[in-house]
Design a protein around this ligand. Structure first.
Ligand SMILES: NC(=O)c1ccc[n+]([C@@H]2O[C@H](COP(=O)([O-])OP(=O)(O)OC[C@H]3O[C@@H](n4cnc5c(N)ncnc54)[C@H](O)[C@@H]3O)[C@@H](O)[C@H]2O)c1
Length: 316
């Protein structure tokens, strides 16, 4: 494949690029990344001579077109996004620019180059709040986003779905649950818990801490994306894939597991005012993705231990 990976200097995108370069050295990879605060280009240093890195904006259709044509790109994997819910509550505009306008720019490019496939990375947050007794969300369920972030992601994927229907573009969408692992921006929940715990500082936990998330190791998410890339999309016809591990943890439980691994006291946990519009629970039914042969491999506590090691090194 000749891949254009957008957002490849961010958390999930960098893991995808590192893993793909290792597994498929014969492929061409071009990374397009705006290098926002969430990016760290040095994540790609180990493979810098094996990829082409371009600093730029996915909303720059002229640039994306040039990259697709110059590098004979056959597949775009769109990880680029503004991704932090709290930031979207403070200011939604960057989210609309990248997540909505940026995605539409990619759609315009694949409309003009129908041989190019687009794998668009969305999120389980597009389903909105899930109650404790509700069944896991299916890909056919309605989208009910709660935050400006998830609303912008829902808008983006509806544009992708509209372009599949109206223009026949080759595209699929993944809706994954919360990721954890090395390379995640400091603002996110697990890096925050680890950083604060290492400094013996109060660990902020929203509300009652009882909100539930289905945490997936970033490597398992990347494997799911790789599996979906091997599918013949024209034959398969499915356009949306849920990705999750079907094991939920309350935020409070996650904070306690991290504290236990670090040998720190639970009384570092400090409950703070809940996030506005905070979704109670996310849960997805990923059985369709499992029919492709994908299954998560990383057990949560084991994955957390190696994640904690990475951040301990970063923060010390
Ligand atoms: N992190 C999660 O738990 C999670 C879960 C499900 C889905 N997702 C989705 O996965 C994707 C990647 O998430 P992440 O956690 O790695 O995000 P991230 O914030 O760590 O990285 C995003 C990357 O996109 C780049 N970027 C931002 N705006 C850009 C633009 N206009 N043009 C080019 N590059 C731009 C940033 O510089 C950064 O490198 C996002 O689409 C996100 O919605 C994330």
């Amino acid at each position: 494949m000749n891949l254009l990976v957008t957002g490849g200097a961010g958390f999930i995108g960098s893991h995808f690029v590192l893993r793909h370069t290792d597994a498929h050295p014969e492929d061409t990879i071009v990374v397009l990344d705006k290098l926002t605060y969430a990016a760290d280009k040095s994540f790609l240093d180990p493979i810098a001579d094996k990829i082409t890195f371009v600093e730029g904006d996915i909303a720059d259709q002229v640039l994306v077109t040039k990259l697709v044509e110059d590098h004979k790109i056959d597949t775009i994997v769109n990880f680029a996004a503004e991704s932090h819910v709290d930031n979207s509550i403070a200011d939604a505009m960057p989210f609309l620019h990248t997540n909505v306008i940026g995605t539409q720019a990619l759609i315009e490019v694949v409309k003009a180059h129908p041989e190019v496939r687009l794998l668009h990375i969305s999120t389980d947050e597009v389903y909105g709040d899930v109650g404790d007794t509700d069944p896991s969300c299916k890909t056919t369920d309605p989208l009910r986003p709660s935050s400006p972030y998830s609303a912008s992601k829902a808008a983006a994927e509806l544009l992708v779905q509209a372009a599949i229907r109206t223009f026949g573009i080759q595209a699929v969408i993944t809706r994954c649950t919360n990721n954890y692992g090395p390379h995640q921006a400091d603002e996110k929940f697990i890096p925050t818990v680890i950083r604060k715990a290492l400094k013996d500082e109060p660990i902020p936990v929203y509300g009652t801490g009882k909100n539930k998330r289905d945490w997936i190791h970033v490597g398992d998410h990347c494997d799911a994306v790789e599996t979906i890339l091997t599918v013949d999309w024209n034959a398969d016809k499915r356009t949306v894939f849920n990705v999750g591990i079907d094991r939920e943890y309350e935020n409070l439980e996650v904070a306690k597991i991290i504290l236990d691994i670090l040998g720190k006291p639970h009384d570092l946990i400090s409950f703070v005012e809940d996030r506005k519009g905070h979704d109670w629970r996310y849960a997805v039914d990923s059985s369709e993705t499992r029919t492709l042969g994908w299954a998560p491999k990383v057990e949560f506590t084991e994955g957390l231990k190696h994640t904690i090691d990475w951040y301990t090194n970063k923060y010390s």
